[in-house]
Design a protein around this ligand. Structure first.
Ligand code: AMP
Length: 125
């Protein structure tokens, strides 16, 4: 599904290359549904990206075209990663940029998981 100027899924995007093992990453967790790895330019003491294994360009694409099993598996993986990182008690922030207005840079759906500090206001203007 093409949305918000992202176009169809590009198998040469950087996260597709990470999924295929063509580019290294610092893996936190991996299962059938998801891969979690540290962001290369962290914006918080903990900044991990969680991506589905399937070829979805964005949240809009994932939420409309992924199977129920993929959506459930991915969502549970995000929660599991937060627990693995020890963030449940202090709390954390999930964020997904969708399309141009949000400044989505990588056209493979991903959730940012931030933690390890007080994160401040939700949006800076
Ligand atoms: P977004 O703007 O939501 O698409 O975020 C893309 C994120 O991917 C940014 O936070 C980048 O720092 C991160 N990123 C880009 N390339 C890599 C990479 N090779 N390994 C890990 N994180 C990356």
């Amino acid at each position: 599904m093409a949305v918000s100027g992202l176009g169809p899924y590009d198998p040469q995007n950087i996260f597709a290359k990470i999924l295929r093992g063509e580019i290294p990453c610092r893996t936190v967790f991996e299962n059938t549904f998801a891969l979690a790895f540290h962001d290369i330019a962290p914006k918080a003491p903990v900044h991990v990206l969680v991506i589905p294994k399937g070829p979805y360009v964005s949240f809009a694409d994932f939420s409309t075209t992924a199977s129920d099993a993929e959506i459930a598996g991915f969502t549970r993986a995000v929660g599991h990663v937060a627990s693995l990182l020890g963030l449940d008690e202090a709390g954390y922030r999930l964020l997904s940029n969708m399309g141009a207005a949000a400044g989505q840079e990588v056209p493979h759906f991903h959730v940012h998981l931030f933690g390890g500090a007080a994160l401040g206001p939700m949006l800076h203007r």
